[in-house]
Design a protein around this ligand. Structure first.
Ligand SMILES: [Zn+2]
Length: 184
């Protein structure tokens, strides 16, 4: 089971690497890592388990955050419409995206970043993502809203990008024309 001490923090070089593709079909070890990632996110949202093990709540986590530089991530969240989005993917790829941008009005956070970093992170409103599930079967997802933002945040981790890289330092609350604010 993944705990807070397994999560590397901002400044660790692995967070800045471009992670490697996972060979498919996935090995037993890679499957275990991916299911552990999903389990962490689910556990962190369960108040009893989170308290017992001191887990910080998150909606997603990527393998580089546990110092495994491989292309896999998990997200588990309920969106603004009450729909559950629970995905664990190998080798995810954004194959298309909207021109329209959105951002969380509360900004973004990250299990690898212990401080609060104010500012808007502009992302594509909608993305289409392909990848492979835990069994190695192909998956195609069309996402919008919080799920779209969370998946873009996690795919960034696979490319060595942190959420705050996207914040405009001169004007952290800059709003591009037509960008859609999202409440969480
Ligand atoms: Zn993160």
């Amino acid at each position: 089971m993944i705990k807070m001490e397994d999560i590397i923090r901002d400044g660790h070089p692995t967070l800045r690497e471009v992670a490697k593709e996972v060979p498919l079909p996935p090995s037993r070890e890679d499957k275990k890592t991916l299911s552990d990632l999903l389990q962490y996110v689910m556990n962190s949202q369960n108040p009893e388990i989170a308290q017992k093990f001191g887990l910080r709540a998150g909606i997603g986590i990527a393998a580089p955050q546990i110092n495994i530089s491989k292309r896999m991530f998990a997200v588990h969240l309920e969106d603004g419409k009450g729909d559950l989005h629970s995905y664990a993917l190998f080798n995810p790829k954004i194959i298309s995206h909207s021109v329209e941008k959105s951002y969380l009005t509360s900004g973004e956070g990250c299990l690898s970043v212990d401080r609060n970093i104010p500012g808007y992170v502009h992302r594509h409103s909608r993305v289409t993502v392909t990848g492979f599930d835990l069994e190695g079967s192909p998956v195609k997802l069309r996402l919008r809203g919080l799920a779209s933002i969370a998946v873009q945040h996690e795919i960034d981790h696979l490319n060595g990008i942190m959420f705050y890289d996207h914040i405009n330092l001169q004007d952290p609350y800059y709003e591009p024309a037509g960008a859609i604010p999202l409440e969480r």
